[in-house]
Design a protein around this ligand. Structure first.
Ligand code: MF3
Ligand code: CO
Length: 291
């Protein structure tokens, strides 16, 4: 068996260790899982130290944008206005909104209110109203590196029912993230998410999930939140992906708007909530990049 890296050379990942003490044993371990039939990440998905640094810098701006927008999320504001603010601020921070013109998506942010599960398009005809719950999903390119996160915002006085959905959706994301560790599986994340959602009487959107991220907006793996423990892609240090389950108060079924081809709503019209963070698998567990 030949290896493309010299065993005594410095490892490609930038750890400063020799290849034989760093990614040679990791590669062997991955190979063993692959031979046993497990889904394993391609080497290209494992980020180098330098790439992680780039994604971390992008993530800092991504988070700053969510912090910044909070004060503007008030009753009466249009989602168009919030989009404009996100666009301007992203530029000010030296970045570019990743969604803008992505597969024809026309705006700098996704804003999804109440029964809109995701991909709500900002519009000057959509006003935030008292009692709304809104997901603001910001994706940022900085220096060529991608980051992605979203939070829920409550407008004015929100019903206890909706507030609980928002809180449980956040817990689902957090419990999912806590499962991230090297030599675990992506299915461990999904299992933790849907266990918690179902325990609270909610359902989890099946068709739309998270994704690898960093050098591109959407990389492998695709991340399901209805997956099972011990299944799915093997988690290996250097893998970067989003944890972003959509939790529905009613049934899991969703429908995509036939006019704009983007807006995704719950089929039963009940509210949906989502939180998103970008995480990466470290040698001992995980690090949240968009904290
Ligand atoms: N931030 C969303 C995601 O998690 C963006 C979807 S692509 C868009 O992938 F074009 F719809 F914005
Ligand atoms: Co995402």
């Amino acid at each position: 068996m030949s290896d493309q890296f010299g065993r005594n050379d410095l490892c490609w990942c930038g750890s400063g260790r020799k290849y034989k003490k760093c990614h040679a044993p990791i590669k062997e371990r991955i190979e063993n899982y692959r031979l046993k039939g497990y889904e394993v990440p391609h080497r290209k998905l494992l980020k180098t130290k330098q790439q992680i640094e780039g994604i971390r810098e992008s993530s800092k701006r991504n988070i700053a944008l969510l912090d910044f927008i909070e004060d503007y999320v008030v009753e009466g504001v249009t989602t168009e206005e919030l989009d404009r603010l996100i666009f301007e601020k992203t530029k000010e921070l030296g970045g570019t909104p990743a969604t803008l013109n992505y597969n024809g998506y026309p705006k700098s942010v996704c804003i999804s209110i109440n029964d809109v599960a995701c991909h709500g398009i900002p519009s000057d005809r959509v006003f935030l109203r008292n009692g709304d719950i809104a997901n603001i999903d910001v994706s940022t390119i900085y220096n060529g590196f991608f980051s992605d996160s979203s939070r829920m915002f409550c407008v004015g006085a929100v019903s206890t029912e909706k507030q609980k959905l928002v809180d449980v959706a956040k817990e689902c994301m957090e419990l999912g993230i806590e499962q991230v560790k090297p030599w675990g599986f992506l299915g461990d994340v999904g299992q933790a998410v849907h266990d918690h959602a179902r325990k609270n009487g909610y359902s989890v959107v099946r068709e739309i999930g998270g994704h690898g991220i960093g050098l591109q907006f959407h990389e492998d793996p695709w991340v399901s939140y209805v997956s099972n423990q011990g299944t799915g892609m093997l988690l290996v240090p250097g893998l970067v992906f989003t944890v972003e389950p959509m939790i529905n108060m009613g049934k899991s079924k969703i429908v995509t708007d036939k006019c704009d081809n983007w807006t995704v709503r719950t089929a039963d019209g009940k509210p949906s909530a989502q939180w998103e963070k970008t995480v990466f698998v470290t040698e001992t567990g995980y690090e949240v990049l968009t904290y």
